[in-house]
Design a protein around this ligand. Structure first.
Ligand code: FES
Length: 167
């Protein structure tokens, strides 16, 4: 697998304007709901496609700078495509002392990407966090919302293999 750096090299799906219209209709009465609109777009696409943001700008008649300031403020939002499966490796102290760094290296090697990158086939994005709140289970990774604890390098790779088969 190769990595995506900068602008995505993958073919983009057309924007689902019916979905966006529905999201906007539910939220456009209150400009404070911009974050909720971005959350809904992110939930559908796993990132914030430029075309969708252009559509929001047109429909809400707000400057793109306002959208970008919200989109870049929250770590949960991404302006580049992310994988179907978001892997988070906990590098907090409790996980770090139990070998989380080695697990991260193994996953980087296996997926041929570095932290913050996405595989070209858009299956996996690899990220790190400082604590997932379940230190007793460390080392811990999450794949989307599911947590896996008590890992070593081999067990972590087995977790990823399971998703490789599903993807
Ligand atoms: S340090 Fe990893 S879950 Fe807390």
């Amino acid at each position: 697998m190769t990595t995506i750096k900068g602008e995505p090299q993958v073919k983009q799906e057309p924007i689902d304007t019916a979905y966006l219209d529905n999201v906007l209709e539910q939220n456009m009465q209150d400009p404070e709901n911009l974050i909720m609109i971005l959350q809904d777009i992110s939930a559908k696409y796993n990132y914030l496609p430029r075309e969708a943001l252009n559509y929001v700008v047109e429909r809400l008649n707000v400057p793109m700078s306002l959208i970008y300031s919200a989109a870049t403020f929250y770590k949960a939002f991404s302006l580049t495509p992310r994988g179907k499966y978001i892997i988070n490796v906990c590098l907090g102290t409790a996980c770090h002392v139990r070998g989380a760094g080695k697990i991260k290296e193994s996953l980087e090697e296996r997926l041929n990407i570095h932290e913050g990158e996405t595989t070209e086939d858009l299956k996996f994005t690899l990220e790190t966090v400082r604590c997932l709140g379940c230190c007793a289970l460390g080392p811990v990774i999450t794949v989307n919302e599911k947590a896996y604890g008590g890992l070593d390098r081999g067990k972590a790779l087995k977790v990823i293999e399971q998703y490789e088969r599903e993807a």
